[in-house]
Design a protein around this ligand. Structure first.
Ligand code: BG6
Length: 486
């Protein structure tokens, strides 16, 4: 049963680049799930545009083959597939018959989404195609997805190209991390509870750690990944967005531009990293032992002398009143020990400890651990008295809120939430162009510093927590990584 707040109006969505991975594995399944849940109004339509010569049935077959769609649900799947209209159109050189048919089919006054599921170089061309062929109406919204550029200059170019055809309030830049339920919950946890705010600053917090670790390698995405690497693929967007949500000031109300203004201020307050020792990069090597045979990055990418990093860890500082002096340790990598994304806020130790300090573990500082995935939840490490006679023995224990247990089956995929927000015209969870550009302005000098010093990635063993230098980075500052406990 759909909550009344989730109702949306009828819409048409036009996916440009519909045969690509993003469309087939993310966008269309997300639309299907929303449809199966009864959220997508009956008359809405899905137009899929790509260059391949396919018809509706071969296209829907392709979708079925590439996804694990529940075929037991075939009636609803059939109904959903009936909404799909495949049109063979090359946006650079559109066939007039198919273009005319699309122009005719689109419903005049309905919300119209264009998802540019293409390479970023084609965002501008796609926007031009939409405008010049009169495909836009007055309810048009354009969706693009990261990577928005490879550096500041290319990001500015992409934004300019999009803005020359559409206004900023029509452009929805997706960072799918913002669509994750637990990421949104970060804002609710911070701004709907009195408990944390008084301590959410450098008086009480000793350090913040954000880990996004993945077990997978890069197979299947070699050519993209080798020209990006972990800094551009993950740090510039997903991880910096998490930093923003942890560090931002409360906006005066929950309004898209006010939220994004506050996030922008965080990005603009990031201190430029000038010391190469605060950055650690790695690349996964080969694992070949009795337990596992895992190919190295250079084998996966088929680039035998590739210097692309598949791991990055760094210490960021936010130069503002609230966060001055608090290190933010950020790391992400492929082929790590486990798939886990966590934010760990470690509080300062209490000033005056009245109990026996000699017992191991009884003076651990409080920690708030926000698990983004998997097993979404929130844990607070508290010190408590061990039950039993014989004086006071203190030991760490957890207050544990598991969202995955509490809201079983209710955690939708990020794209489901984001797509429905575009239909509603709510830009809160989408990146504004100034945010994207501010993120690149901080990232570009990091990449230049690495290049200038010819720093090469350190090899790490697959299924580990990354290169040794990542541990040294924290040790030098008197900290250690909190390893996700799964
Ligand atoms: C994408 C990156 O944006 O996010 C991928 O390009 C990465 O390299 C993926 O694997 C991680 O997303 P998630 O939702 O699986 O954590």
């Amino acid at each position: 049963m759909i909550h009344p707040n989730s109702e949306i109006s009828e819409f048409d969505i036009i996916i440009i680049g519909a045969t690509g991975d993003l469309s087939i594995r993310k966008i269309i399944p997300a639309l299907f799930k929303r449809y199966a849940d009864g959220q997508i109004p009956e008359k809405s339509k899905i137009y899929c545009l790509a260059r391949q010569k396919l018809d509706n049935s071969s296209f829907t077959q392709k979708i079925s083959q590439q996804n694990k769609i529940d075929f037991k649900n075939s009636k609803i799947l059939k109904e959903f597939f009936d909404k799909i209209n495949y049109l063979c159109i090359d946006i650079k050189n559109p066939d007039s018959k198919n273009l005319f048919s699309l122009q005719k089919k689109l419903t005049k006054d309905r919300v119209r989404l264009f998802y540019l599921a293409t390479a970023p170089e084609l965002f501008g061309v796609s926007a031009q195609f939409i405008r010049e062929n009169n495909l836009a109406n007055n309810k048009t919204r354009i969706i693009v997805e990261k990577p928005i550029g490879k550096d500041l200059i290319s990001a500015i170019d992409i934004n300019k190209a999009l803005n020359s055809y559409f206004d900023e309030d029509q452009i929805y830049r997706i960072d799918h991390y913002l669509g994750k339920e637990t990421v949104q919950n970060l804002m609710v946890m911070r701004f709907a509870n009195q408990l944390f705010e008084a301590h959410w600053n450098n008086n009480s917090i000793s350090n913040v750690q954000i880990t996004v670790s993945e077990e997978i390698g890069i197979k299947g995405r070699e050519s993209y990944y080798d020209s990006y690497g972990a800094i551009k693929d993950m740090m510039q967007n997903h991880i910096l967005q998490l930093v923003c949500l942890v560090a931002m000031e409360p906006p005066s109300k929950f309004d898209a531009n006010l939220v994004r203004d506050e996030k922008l201020k965080v990005l603009q307050s990031l201190k430029k990293i000038e010391d190469l020792n605060e950055i650690c990069i790695g690349q996964y090597g080969l694992k070949s032992d009795d337990e596992d045979q895992i190919a190295s990055y250079t084998q996966d990418s088929k680039q035998h002398d590739s210097k692309t990093e598949t791991f990055v860890a760094l210490m960021a500082k936010i130069d503002n009143w609230r966060w001055a002096g608090v290190p933010f340790f950020l790391r992400t990598g492929k082929r790590l020990k486990t798939r886990a994304s966590e934010i760990v806020i470690t509080f300062k130790p209490i000033q005056h400890f009245i109990f026996d300090k000699t017992e191991k573990n009884n003076t651990l500082p409080n920690q708030l651990i926000i698990r983004l995935q998997p097993d979404e939840g929130l844990k607070i490490l508290l010190m408590s008295k061990e039950p039993g006679p014989g004086g006071i023995r203190i030991s760490p224990s957890y207050l544990n809120l598991s969202f995955s247990d509490t809201f079983k089956n209710k955690i939708p995929d990020a794209y489901e939430r984001l797509l429905m927000d575009v239909v509603r015209g709510n830009q809160t969870l989408f990146m504004r162009k100034d945010e994207v550009e501010a993120a690149w302005s901080w990232i570009d000098p990091i990449i230049s510093l690495i290049k200038k010093n010819n720093r090469l990635p350190e090899t790490y063993i697959p299924k580990s927590w990354g290169p040794i230098s990542s541990f040294d980075l924290l040790k030098r500052h008197g900290f250690e990584w909190c390893e996700p406990d799964y």
